[in-house]
Design a protein around this ligand. Sequence first.
Ligand code: UDP
Length: 329
Amino acid sequence: MKILVVGGAGYIGSVTVEQLLAAGHQVVVYDNLLKGHRESVPEAATFVEGDMGDAAALDKLFGQHTFDAVMHFAALSLVGESVTQPDKYFKNNVSNGLVLLDAMGRAGIKKFVFSSTAAVYGEPTEWPIHEDFPHNPTNPYGESKLAFEKVLKWYENAYGLRYATLRYFNAAGATGCCGEDHDPETHLIPLILQVAQGKRDAISMFGDDYPTPDGTCVRDYIHVVDLADAHVRALSILGERSGTFNLGNGTGFSVKQVVEAARKVTGHPIPAKVAPRRAGDPAVLVASSARIREQLGWEPKYPDVETIIADAWRWHQAHPQGYHASAHV
Ligand code: UDP
């Protein structure tokens, strides 16, 4: 298939591009490089710099290529930032997403894979979380993703769009080529690894008074390679139907447990201190991925949190300045 990957120069997008190419698909990456890295795009993919909100640029792109499907990774995804700047999140994640969908409609493209999030569930009271649990986001990031999920449902109803919505839990890890390089970095595992690299003195653990066994937040960390694999598999259903799937390992790790695992992996003492809670953080997010296992035959290959951290650590050691001054190999 020929696939357009919007946001394909970002962390999860770039790993998915690697896997699409390995599976024999043709890939065009469209990315505005505000968050993405040109160096993360493999030679074998065509790269086009552009913004998801630019309808004319998308029409031009769709005039130049005939795509079988579009994958959309081009969202803003920081919980804390979304609380203080909700306008940015609704503009990018909803309005600009609509520009993409409508350009796809003009070009007659009906297959779409959408990166959604566990943040659509808000504060669940039971775990693991199933796809049909109540959707009550506790932050504008989750709300913007949920709004777009609803758009997809109604576009299917009216225009025959077929979508696979993948609700990610906590992506982490790396491949040999592609890893996590955000500026500013806000995610737990890369920040912990910055401590091990001597770039910061300690990791701040946001809150130790949550209703969890050790008081710190519990998350379901999933290897980015396993996430990417789900996207490639999702393409297979889009000829017939749409679907919404959780993507996690089904095991929760607290912030303290992740710090401890990173100490083991890196051999660094990684000093940790308790800091105030971060706005918008639910206490526990752990997935049931039963649906995607049953319907797409997906199975995580790297469910072990130490393996996930070790792969991230290898990438950060090989790229101490992130992608800066490094080329894709
Ligand atoms: N976290 C933390 N210290 C940090 C960054 C994150 O304690 O410096 C916590 C955060 O509050 C959450 C978990 O680590 O409970 C995972 O956060 P991250 O930002 O990596 O992912 P999110 O869950 O927001 O998608």
